[in-house]
Design a binder for this molecule. Structure first.
Ligand code: FMN
Length: 319
């Protein structure tokens, strides 16, 4: 099995990715949170920091692009090629209202002629590997059967499918029936993404789809960064490495983000997921959430690690 770490805007930037790779190696590909080509044809400072080869030299990274303009996609991809990347990923999954209203992300799925023309231009002009990360439709899963005919016209490195529609956001459960059809009909290699949070989820999934060879994990890895060790060797997350992993991210943010409040904002977002690995975290998570100073935060985190054990298995959950 090949394992990919899903792109997660605001969370899986280079500080997080490098810490993850250091303490929990085994991810075959990481994807950047989406890069948005702008009018000036320049990456923002934050985007540049995230894709700089010097910040990613230990890991296999695929940059993801969010646009519906073929020229912008091509320009961005060529810049990335100059930096040494040989694959780019198109975001056709983002469900956010502001993105969708601009016909981007999963909003682009509703404009299938335009999408076809976009892919025609991009795939014929770019000499790079192109992969797509997509939902199965904007308003209805039925749209997928038209979409797959479009995708099948092109040679893609892989088609990563998160089998929800835009309207689902992250609610409801992934549509495994449509995913099964996708696997049967796709002319391109298919990667599955969606709601695999535990070793058990993974095992159930591969039992149902024994032909799948690529899996992308997102929130499951945010909750349990050692999930791949669980999947591969049934080892459970250890406290010492989890603490070191946390500290590496925390110090990385302190070195690169100005203002303690901004550092805390990023760490609190992470604790929404990581907190679930502890037996009785609520009291501590409240303290973490309330902390306004780095010192308060550090005390709350130390108490949590000292006083609570890690659980062996996350109960099945919905996020
Ligand atoms: C906070 C957050 C940020 C995300 N950012 C991106 C993104 O930048 N690009 C993208 O393709 N998907 C993004 N996603 C979607 C994830 O990559 C993934 O498809 C989704 O979480 C489902 O996988 P999971 O159930 O394994 O988490 C984001 C999801 C979350 C929760």
């Amino acid at each position: 099995m090949r394992y990919y770490f899903a792109p997660m805007e605001g969370i899986t930037g280079y500080i997080y990715r490098n810490a993850h790779h250091k303490f929990y190696p085994g991810v075959d590909k990481y994807f950047t949170p989406f890069l948005v080509p702008n009018q000036n044809r320049r990456f923002s400072y934050r985007e540049m920091q995230d894709i700089m080869p010097e910040h990613n030299n230990q890991i296999h990274l695929v940059p993801q692009i969010l646009t519906n303009q073929a020229d912008a996609f091509i320009w961005t991809a060529l810049e990335l090629k100059q930096l040494g990347y040989d694959e780019v990923n198109l975001n056709l999954g983002c469900p956010s209202g502001t993105v969708v209203s601009k016909r981007k992300g999963s909003g682009f799925l509703a404009f299938r002629d335009e999408l076809d023309q976009f892919l025609d231009k991009v795939c014929s002009e770019l000499e790079m590997k192109i992969s797509i990360k997509t939902r199965i439709g904007k308003d209805s899963p039925k749209e997928f059967y038209e979409l797959i005919e479009i995708f099948n016209k092109y040679h893609l490195e892989e088609l990563i499918i998160h089998p929800r529609i835009q309207k689902d956001y992250y609610k409801n459960t992934p549509n495994l029936e449509v995913f099964g059809d996708a696997l049967a009909i796709s002319g391109n290699p298919v990667c599955y993404n969606g709601d695999l949070f535990t070793v058990q989820d993974y095992e159930n999934f591969v039992e149902q789809f024994p032909d799948i060879h690529m899996i992308m994990l997102g929130r499951g890895l945010l909750m349990n960064p050692g999930l791949l060790n669980g999947i591969e060797t049934h080892t459970v997350l250890g406290k010492v490495s989890f603490r070191q992993f946390h500290d590496t991210i925390y110090h990385g943010y302190q070195e690169t983000i100005s203002g303690g409040k901004n550092v805390l904002f990023k760490m609190k977002e992470l604790w929404f997921y990581m907190g679930r690995m502890f037996t009785n975290p609520d009291k501590y998570l409240k303290k973490i959430k309330k902390s306004e100073k780095l010192t308060d935060y550090e005390i709350a985190v130390s108490n949590l690690f000292r006083e609570q054990d890690l659980i062996e298995h996350i109960p099945s959950i919905s996020l």
